[in-house]
Design a binder for this molecule. Structure first.
Ligand code: FES
Length: 167
């Protein structure tokens, strides 16, 4: 009786020989599944870490603030002409001023590198202490390196109270 050599068994029409999964390390099925789960866990951790890194490196659009909520920040009595009052809005620093052109509110974050600007009542300007950026009562850049005006919030005065946001 002739024996079928392994070469002959691959011919068309003949069933291929049974193959076993050779992991190359002689792993059992249990070890293989454990290695697979560990590998998937490491992969998901790496993807999560990468996503966090990308969010850190690429911050949200500069100057974006949700103005959905309207908040009372002061009463008119607390803000005499020429003066300013600081407040937090969406956990960020802002300043409301009472000037000849009306009551206005601006982000206190300088548009250059984010230092906190100070209101100078005697000069009616916002001055940045970091690189001498100057903004006028409309938030526009007067001098220095800031590339954009200060972010402005909508202001509403009703019943002697000053509200911001909600626009
Ligand atoms: S951070 Fe304000 S001028 Fe540079």
């Amino acid at each position: 009786m002739a024996e079928i050599s392994p070469k002959e068994s691959t011919r068309p029409g003949l069933a291929p020989p049974e193959k076993s999964v050779d992991t190359g390390r002689g792993l059992s099925r249990k070890e293989f599944l454990l290695d697979l789960l560990i590998g998937l866990g490491l992969l998901f951790s790496a993807v999560g870490g990468l996503a966090s890194f990308v969010r850190y490196v690429i911050p949200p659009k500069l100057g974006f603030r949700s103005q959905a909520q309207k908040e009372e920040v002061a009463s008119l009595a607390e803000l005499p002409p020429g003066e300013a009052r600081s407040f937090l809005y969406n956990n960020a620093p802002y300043v409301v001023i009472n000037v000849s052109s009306g009551i206005k509110a601006f982000s206190a974050k300088c548009t250059h590198l984010g230092c906190i600007v100070k209101w100078k009542e005697s000069e009616q300007i916002f001055a940045c202490p970091c690189h001498a950026g100057i903004f006028d009562t409309n938030g526009r850049v007067v001098s220095g390196p800031p590339p954009r005006p200060l972010e402005q919030l909508a202001v509403e005065v009703a019943a002697g109270k000053i509200y911001v946001g909600g626009a």
